[in-house]
Ligand binder design. Structure first.
Ligand SMILES: [Cu+2]
Length: 141
């Protein structure tokens, strides 16, 4: 690979867009979070997990259909090539948010941090709402 920039080191850069948490009945012990994870850097990166002070536990899940049944499995890593993005969306990959430490009414916000292989991380503010297309869509990045 040719380098025009000389000694500048290529690096991955994680940007989290359209981050939201689906509404749930009061007292729900489990929430689902969605977002677009985009690598805007010029080198690959690997998302190794996520955490938040707003939840007892955060994991990344993938939903797959086996024999007509929806099943979830944990994703230990999400590799993103330079310029690549992955969408966490209902019915697909998602954040599994366990044991919220406070009520998360519609419009409430929670910061979730994504851990990146190599030690860096990226934070995003997730907004509680009903669907991806609600009124405050794109209000926070
Ligand atoms: Cu799940």
């Amino acid at each position: 690979m040719a380098s025009i920039a000389g000694t500048a080191q290529a690096a991955g850069q994680l940007v989290v867009e359209d981050a939201w948490i689906r509404t749930a009945p009061p007292g729900a012990a489990m929430r689902a979070g969605y977002a677009i994870l985009r690598n805007t850097g010029d080198a690959p990166l690997v998302v190794r997990g996520a955490m938040s002070e707003a939840f007892g536990d955060v994991s990344i899940h993938a939903t797959t259909i086996e024999n007509g049944m929806a099943r979830m499995r944990e994703l230990a890593r999400i590799p993103l090539a330079a310029g690549e993005s992955v969408t966490l969306e209902p019915g697909g990959k998602h954040l599994m948010l366990m044991r919220p430490v406070r009520e998360l009414d519609p419009g409430a916000k929670a910061v979730i941090r994504f851990e990146i292989e190599g030690g860096s991380s990226a934070e995003a503010e997730f907004v509680v709402r009903d669907t991806a297309a609600s009124a405050d869509d794109h209000a926070h990045h």
